[in-house]
Write a protein that binds this ligand. Structure first.
Ligand code: ADP
Length: 295
């Protein structure tokens, strides 16, 4: 876009010249296109549960006296589950839009291990019922991190929730939190494993690594390319598990606000590990903000 502007003197009377500004609108055009795609996806996703609710409620209303008690209960159950799906979807969309509209997030010093313990308490019951073991291992001298607990809570909820959802009976889910050296650049073959280097707390370590592993169904290489896309769900998950396909986009967005990224390694039939590195309490917030903006 080229903008031409006349430039006058201080009194605004005599013309001094013409200023020309050239603006690159590529990013703006791309963002507008992404916004339109998002709105059309959201509308489509909202329509499905709404149509289902309407058709089951309509059937109950119009033909209720011809249905057995069991059929009525079944139809009400479906309408209720679809209403839950709608709620999840609206909440996720609101979270995403809040992430996009608020540029500044308050990061404050946080004690990570007790906070994670508290989240896991809410998942332990589900894990026990499902017959999945749930373990958390944290370095006893874990330094404090700089984070926003509201955002991190959603990260843990989504990653732990997914791990539990996609791990069958008899499986295991493990969380680990430990300091991680700065110079580690994640490349294929450098993913975390049970023999990750042990950590030396005497040397200054810039980040805390969080790892969430499961022995669940795993994700194929092709699906790994797409699972962070909005609304993407692996084919088998669509039929077997409740979800919106927005969880991992929220995880990615929330971690970007901490100047960090989520990574994953997975193998079909073996399980998945998701991990990310959080900044330490004394990190430079301006630098983190810059990193967040660059992503
Ligand atoms: P959903 O609401 O479907 O869980 P997400 O964005 O959180 O949406 O995840 C996208 C898809 O990635 C899921 O539908 C599932 O197919 C796959 N996925 C995510 N986490 C795991 C996991 N731990 N194990 C296996 N598949 C997973």
């Amino acid at each position: 876009r080229i903008v031409l502007q006349s430039v006058s003197d201080a009194s605004g009377e005599s013309l001094k010249g013409i200023a020309m500004t050239i603006q690159d609108l590529t990013r703006e055009v791309e963002l507008n296109a992404a916004q339109s795609r998002f709105i059309s996806n959201v509308s489509h996703e909202l329509r499905t549960p709404l149509c289902n609710i309407k058709s089951y409620v309509e059937t109950l209303h119009d033909l209720g006296d011809q249905l057995s008690e069991e059929e009525k209960r079944e139809f009400l159950g479906i309408a209720n589950a679809e209403a839950d799906r709608l709620t999840r979807l609206v909440n996720d969309v609101l979270d995403l839009s809040r992430l996009e509209s608020e540029r500044e997030w308050n990061l404050e010093p946080l004690e990570l291990a007790p906070a994670i313990e508290q989240i896991l308490r809410t998942y332990r019951l589900n894990a026990d019922e499902k017959g999945v073991s749930l373990a958390f291992e944290a370095d006893p001298q874990l330094p404090r991190i700089l984070g926003n607990w509201d955002l991190l809570l959603q990260v843990f909820d989504n990653l732990v929730g997914n791990a539990l959802k996609f791990t069958p009976k008899g499986g295991r889910l493990q969380l680990r939190a430990y300091p991680w050296p700065d110079l580690c650049v994640l490349t294929p073959g450098n993913e975390p494993s049970s023999d990750s280097p042990s950590c030396d707390l005497t040397s200054p370590l810039p980040r805390i690594r969080i790892e969430i592993s499961d022995s669940g169904c795993g994700i194929s290489d092709a699906d790994q390319e797409c699972i962070f896309d909005r609304f993407y769900r692996v084919e088998n998950a669509v039929h077997t598990e409740a979800g919106t396909g927005l969880g991992l986009s929220i995880v990615r967005g929330n971690l970007e606000k901490h100047g960090t990224q989520v990574r994953m390694a997975s193998a079909l039939g073996v399980g998945s590990t998701f991990w990310f590195d959080l900044p330490l309490e004394n990190s430079d917030t301006d630098e983190l903000r810059l990193l967040a903006e660059r992503r």
